[in-house]
Design a protein around this ligand. Structure first.
Ligand code: SAH
Ligand code: SF4
Length: 368
């Protein structure tokens, strides 16, 4: 993911852009589909392997453009099958993607930004501050790399069946790069995932929720975390600009654009902050009889945080209160604990480790 490159990287270019590129070369638009399949389905690393293109075209492509995946700093495999990759994102920073296998699906959790500007008070990525947006090829590159590294299952393109934007960053604050990445995830010539199997998670940037509903309408997860504005202002500061009522109206409009669509509301369980019976009651009043599901997330503590994880009993009691009032509520299982792979809190410990690794690497380079 080094910035010093002049060649166009095809990894983040969806069909339309690729077809325009081939038109400029005087080639037929269907070349775009062939090349998409080579890169995203057949794992091509260079143009010489694209045997259904003429030799002349392959040579021109080699001169003009490239297929460049993000640089992998490390791969960790957990005992439970979870895999975590760290990708270099320049200036000694890293982003990560986590693959979580389950019997009926394989979910890849990916990052959209280096750091995040939203400053949620319980989030390690927020504590790190904002560095930059990932480009479309850096976003799709995570999926491309994971698909190549994971064992293929029978009759499937790859083991990645679901993609969630729940790694580092706020995807709707990087809309320009999010859209082409979604296009490739959905395209039959790339990853061929249905919109239902792609989830964009947001802290609640209302205008972009509206746009996404019109432009792509993938599954939406909203980081609610509090059921009243006073508390949400503190936990998720974007709430001061787009308060709960405005956010929920946008959610219901989003859901209404497609039949049988539910919005998932994420709710991180913080001990004695948002985990009491009164909070559960307020949440029910906001979401009852709406196309809503609640996903309770056990808080993942990180160095320097002022919050604590709610006890399993408190989480269970909260979940039961929601269920008793008719809400669909689940609690997120923690996976990949032995490799610090919990979704949503990927930055803290990891970037510390990366800093150590990078400084070791730099020392080695300096010494050689
Ligand atoms: N920025 C987006 C997506 C990335 S965060 C968003 O906020 O929705 C993915 C999820 O992890 C969000 O629901 C986020 O609130 C949650 N999260 C962040 N920090 C966490 C922590 N320390 N423990 C548990 N969940 C956390
Ligand atoms: Fe950003 Fe999401 Fe973390 Fe908030 S919870 S700081 S929006 S990554």
């Amino acid at each position: 993911m080094d910035a010093k490159v002049d060649k166009l990287n095809l990894v983040g270019l969806p069909e339309r852009g690729l077809a325009e590129f081939f038109a400029r070369l005087g080639e037929k638009p269907f070349r775009a589909r062939q090349v998409l399949q080579w890169i995203h389905q057949r794992g091509a690393v260079d143009f010489s392997s694209m045997t259904d293109l003429s030799k002349g075209l392959r040579e021109r492509l080699d001169e003009l453009v490239e297929i460049r995946l993000p640089e992998v700093l490390s791969e960790h495999r957990s005992e439970d099958g979870t895999v975590k990759w760290l990708f270099a994102s320049g200036s000694g920073q890293a982003v990560e993607a986590v693959f979580i296998p389950e019997p009926d699906r394989g979910t890849l959790c990916i990052s959209s930004q280096v750091g995040c500007a939203m400053d949620c008070s319980f989030c390690a990525t927020g504590a790190q501050g904002f560095n930059r947006n990932l480009t479309a090829d850096e976003i799709v590159g995570q999926v491309c790399h994971a698909s190549r590294m994971l064992p293929r299952r029978a009759n499937e393109l790859s083991a990645v069946t679901n993609v969630v934007f729940m790694g580092m960053g706020e995807p709707l604050a990087n809309y320009r790069n999010l859209l082409p990445a979604l296009d490739l995830l959905i395209s039959d010539f790339a990853y061929g995932l249905s919109r239902r199997r792609i989830t964009v998670s947001t802290s609640g940037i209302v205008p972009q929720i509206e746009r996404l509903g019109d432009d792509c309408n993938v599954s939406l997860a909203v980081s609610l975390h509090a059921a009243n504005d006073e508390l949400r202002n503190e936990l998720v500061p974007i709430n001061r600009i787009h308060p709960i009522e405005e956010l929920l109206e946008a959610c219901w409009r989003y859901a209404s654009k497609r039949a049988n669509r539910f919005i998932t509301f994420e709710y991180v369980m913080l001990k004695d902050v948002n985990d009491g019976p009164a909070d559960a009651g307020q949440l029910v009043r906001l979401l009852a009889n709406r196309p809503a599901k609640v996903n309770l997330i056990p808080f993942n503590p990180f160095p320097g945080t002022r919050y604590e994880r709610s006890s399993p009993e408190a989480v269970f009691a909260f979940q039961e209160r929601l269920r008793a009032r008719g809400l669909v509520a689940t609690t997120r299982k923690t996976r990949g604990d032995d490799i610090s792979a919990a979704c949503g809190q990927l930055a803290g410990k990891v970037s510390d480790r990366i800093r150590v690794r990078l400084s070791e690497k730099n020392r080695r380079v300096a010494a050689s």
